[in-house]
Design a protein around this ligand. Structure first.
Ligand code: B12
Ligand code: SF4
Length: 276
């Protein structure tokens, strides 16, 4: 993908740890079309190299591995955000020059317009229901960060991949689904209440989930149920339940009883443990 070997190393280091979407781009293209308050640090360059990072469902099993291995992560109030920061910062140790990271989960004002950045970078199209749609994974992606490097982007290939699924989408089924979700949000008493016990979703959250499910792109890339539940509720019980569903792999030489997550048996997401 990269203009430089270190960029490819960063991409690979992130991908190994579940941040498996990465697209380099020139920040100048974003600055040409964004509002002034959404401009990012450009190190005084007209078109610095930038990298937008995200994930597919592949993040979930790797994240669970990290949770299982590290009790400190498990008690963090925002374990996924912390995990993402650690992975990306670790990968950026390979970057030779000054750089700046903007995180999608940081609640700053104004928020980083990460979806528009992903669209400019050619990673994912921005759909009419405010979801970013990846050509292969559809709306089943998360956007995590954008990194700006104090390096010129001129080495990047000029052509950005163009993807226009929404413009040509016959049903635009996400649009009525968004209307239903907005109506459910106004009507649902759960909005102020306690989160429901996993793995159930409240009717309001189901309505928001239905927007993603309505999209015909990337149906096979849907998150697994507890991943969905965690992303829509941030309920730590979903993590505990997902961890409990995993059993330690058999010791070397021990007979395999064929039950998940034995390496020989399909795990809950239909893959053998170790295949990602
Ligand atoms: C604030 C926010 C929300 C708010 C949006 C309210 C609002 N009026 O903006 C609320 C709480 C409603 C929300 C809901 C959800 N969000 Co949200 N959200 C964000 C966040 C943190 C900031 C967005 C923002 O302010 N951007 C800055 C503005 C200036 O950018 P903008 O391009 O002008 O506006 C975009 C968004 O604000 C949004 N938006 C603007 N108006 C509205 C109105 C409504 C009703 C909704 C739903 C969205 C929305 O869409 C715009 C682009 O079309 C981003 C992370 C990020 N930094 O991008 C995640 C993010 C956009 N959300 C995400 C997700 C997954 C969701 C949910 C599906 C589940 C969840 N985790 O809560 C739901 C449902 C969304 C849907 N469309 O189905 C993902 C999107 C992934 C994807 N494939 O597109 C992001 C990128 C976070 C991530 N980790 O990946 N979210
Ligand atoms: S349903 Fe159609 S318009 Fe909506 S996000 Fe998916 S491809 Fe785009």
């Amino acid at each position: 993908m990269g203009a430089a070997p270190w960029l490819e190393e960063i991409r690979l280091a992130c991908a190994r740890q579940g941040i498996d979407l990465a697209r380099p781009f020139g920040l100048g293209a974003f600055h040409e079309q964004c509002a002034r308050e959404h401009r990012l640090d450009d190190f005084g360059r007209p078109n610095p190299l930038a990298l937008v990072l995200g994930n597919t469902r592949a993040l979930w099993p790797v994240f669970l591995d990290a949770l299982a291995a590290r009790p400190a992560l498990r008690v963090d109030p925002h374990p996924l955000d912390r995990y993402v920061e650690e992975v990306v910062q670790g990968a950026l140790s390979r970057a030779p020059d000054r750089h700046r990271v903007y995180w999608g989960h940081h609640r700053q004002r104004p928020a980083i317009a990460l979806q528009r950045i992903a669209a400019v970078a050619g990673l994912a199209e921005l759909g009419p229901a405010h979801l970013s749609v990846h050509p292969e994974h559809g709306p089943w992606i998360g956007l995590r960060a954008v990194v700006i490097f104090d390096v010129d982007a001129s080495e990047l290939p000029g052509e950005r991949p163009s993807f226009r699924a929404c413009a040509t989408c016959p049903g635009r089924a996400c649009v009525p689904a968004l209307s239903r979700a907005l109506a459910a949000s106004q009507a649902c008493p759960d909005s102020q209440g306690e989160p429901p016990p996993p793995p159930l979703l409240s009717s309001e959250r189901s309505a928001w989930l239905a927007i993603r499910e309505a999209c015909p792109v990337g149906r096979g890339a849907r998150y697994e149920p507890l991943q969905v539940h965690y992303h829509y509720t941030k309920d730590p019980r979903a993590l505990e339940q997902a961890l409990a569903a995993r059993r330690p792999p058999p010791r070397d030489g021990a007979p395999c009883d064929g039950a998940p997550p034995c390496a020989a048996a399909p795990s809950g997401n239909g893959r053998a443990v170790g295949q990602r």
